[in-house]
Design a protein around this ligand. Structure first.
Ligand SMILES: NC(=O)c1ccc[n+]([C@@H]2O[C@H](COP(=O)([O-])OP(=O)(O)OC[C@H]3O[C@@H](n4cnc5c(N)ncnc54)[C@H](OP(=O)(O)O)[C@@H]3O)[C@@H](O)[C@H]2O)c1
Length: 248
């Protein structure tokens, strides 16, 4: 059985990745902090699932997941991530650094731990869950996601010919626990702007398997990202910032 390791596998997009990959016949390694939720997720899947409770903001947590990846997996989904609420100087430095460590450092470390055995075997898939926010410049969250998207593009170029595929999946607003955890009130977001986690995962895996280094689920968010390329960065950041004020 091929094995997939998914971080942030107990909720939202990560749980949808775990369900989809299990439905395709992958054994799973499920990573998050809450062990009880991990065990309940593992019990709900149709294939074999290990649980690995780890805080990816910590050295110890990252090292434990790196060790499991070094033993070899077929698929890595670097999905765990969080946002801090508000503009620059609103969040504490501690909260900013926790987000930075989970959204960027852990993603890099886990990808580097997974790649050697994939390259040696001549096959493997890495999905890094990024965001459409990474195409604009609003807050430190968007900066972490710009890093993830560029890292994935660079890895795809460097790994050409090795049989290993890397894709940054860049969702727009998706129904998950993310906004509640960040303390954002999303009641004013129109219903058409929301995606489902299942759709993000379905389109993300399809684009990965087509060899794309970036996946932007849905036509509406593809169009939004195309617009960010047409207007100056400052203007797109201001539009995004004005829209963001509705959710504070
Ligand atoms: N939802 C959106 O609108 C949206 C849009 C664009 C991109 N994204 C990205 O999608 C990814 C998944 O987010 P989501 O919306 O599915 O969020 P979510 O529903 O809040 O789920 C987050 C998952 O990550 C785990 N997690 C959080 N902090 C962790 C840590 N320090 N160490 C290990 N695991 C941790 C959580 O479990 P524990 O709490 O038990 O650790 C949970 O399983 C993130 O990278 C996010 O930036 C989301």
């Amino acid at each position: 059985m091929p094995t997939a390791l998914v971080t942030g596998a107990t909720a939202g997009i990560g749980a949808a990745f775990a369900r989809q990959l299990a439905a395709e016949g992958h054994d799973l390694v499920l990573v998050a902090r809450d062990r009880a939720r991990l065990e309940s997720m593992a019990a709900s899947l149709p294939t074999r699932a290990e649980v690995l409770s780890a805080d990816l903001a910590s050295e110890k947590g990252c090292a434990a997941v790196e060790a499991r990846l070094s033993a070899g997996v077929d698929v890595l989904v670097n999905n765990a991530g969080l946002g801090v609420h508000g503009r620059l100087l609103k969040a504490s430095v501690e909260d900013e650094l926790r987000m930075f460590d989970v959204n960027t450092r852990a993603v890099l470390r886990l990808m580097l731990a997974a790649l050697p055995s994939m390259v040696a075997r001549g096959s493997g898939d890495v999905v890094n869950v990024s965001s459409v926010a990474g195409f604009t410049a609003r807050g430190t969250y968007s900066a972490t996601k710009a890093y993830v998207t560029t890292l994935s593009r660079a890895a795809q170029v460097d790994l050409a010919g090795t049989g290993v595929r890397v894709c940054a999946v860049c969702p727009g607003f998706t129904h998950t626990e993310f906004h509640d955890r960040a303390g954002m009130n999303m009641t004013r977001l129109p219903s058409w702007a929301w995606l489902s986690a299942e759709r993000v995962v379905g389109e993300g895996l399809r684009d990965l398997r087509r060899g794309r280094s970036v996946s932007i689920p849905s036509r509406r968010y593809k169009a939004a990202v195309a617009l960010t390329r047409l207007v100056p960065m400052r203007a797109s950041a201001q539009i995004s910032s004005r829209a963001g004020r509705d959710f504070t």
